[in-house]
Design a protein around this ligand. Structure first.
Ligand SMILES: [Zn+2]
Ligand SMILES: [Zn+2]
Length: 262
């Protein structure tokens, strides 16, 4: 059976070979996904251990798998984060632990290492049925019901094989789980008036669109799986980086930057 990680990796490998402007980002992401999968599998394969959801308590186990991820970033990442990876590898593990605890308590989409390291941990945590502990989480329908994170990408898919209608979900940028969300509503401020919600396509990306809100001026990208069933939303979202440029030029801000900083 193909794991969730393998599906992302296969899609990233495929898109990286034919990508235009986002080729470098996607190539880095193919390496990063493999490193994250390794962290996830080291947690999952650990004998007689399950995560408690208390990051400080779980860090001794999580921390063991992180140097390999840091080495991948040092070798393949863009210069600023490659330098940071090198510094973390050369410093005491306590520095990494403090950095993760800071992200745990107040996640930020510009804290690359916190997000990259904790996605595999939180994904496994969610699958084991535990809850994240010792952190304040945002609540409300636009936040992830598991970890309180911001949505990374919006996904449209057909509800049932025999149904004409499609439904919408959001994928969390912090823990990668998804939740159902109403179809015509801003994922940032809850605006529902159709006149305030704009959708922008480019012929280059037939199944990806910008979903922008003129009330709060935020946007999210939407991936339509009814058009390209093989798409992996968090990967296709990165591939469609030229759309982000368009959105920013038109005065919109992204709800949550993705792992490669777009
Ligand atoms: Zn989440
Ligand atoms: Zn809005």
């Amino acid at each position: 059976m193909t794991s969730w990680w393998d599906k992302q990796i296969q899609r990233a490998d495929h898109l990286a070979t034919r990508a235009g402007g986002s080729k470098e980002l996607l190539t880095f992401y193919t390496h990063l996904l493999r490193a994250q999968k390794e962290v996830y599998e080291s947690l999952r394969g650990r004998k007689d251990w399950l995560p408690s959801g208390d990051l400080e308590g779980d860090f001794p186990v999580l921390g063991e798998g992180l140097p390999s991820l840091l080495r991948v970033v040092e070798s393949h990442g863009p210069t600023p984060i490659a330098i940071e990876a090198k510094a973390l590898l050369e410093s005491d593990p306590e520095v990494t632990r403090e950095m993760l605890v800071r992200y745990w308590q107040s996640p930020s989409d510009i804290q690359f290492f916190g997000k990259a390291s904790l996605q595999p941990y939180l994904k496994w945590l969610a699958e084991t049925g535990a809850r994240p502990l010792e952190r304040e989480v945002s609540v409300g329908e636009r936040h992830c019901p598991f970890c309180g994170g911001n949505p990374q990408v919006s996904v449209l898919q057909t509800q049932q094989a025999n149904s004409e209608s499609s439904n919408r979900s959001l994928i969390c940028g912090t823990c990668l789980s998804s939740w159902e969300f109403r179809r015509v509503v801003c994922a940032n401020c809850g605006e529902e008036r159709p006149a305030k919600l704009g959708y922008f396509h480019s012929p280059e990306f037939d199944h990806v669109r910008i979903e922008a809100c003129d009330t709060c001026k935020y946007y999210i990208k939407g991936v339509d799986l009814t058009r390209v069933g093989l798409a992996a939303p968090i990967v296709d979202e990165i591939d469609a980086a030229p759309l982000d440029l368009w959105a920013r030029e038109h005065g919109y801000q992204k709800i949550e930057l993705n792992l490669v900083g777009v």
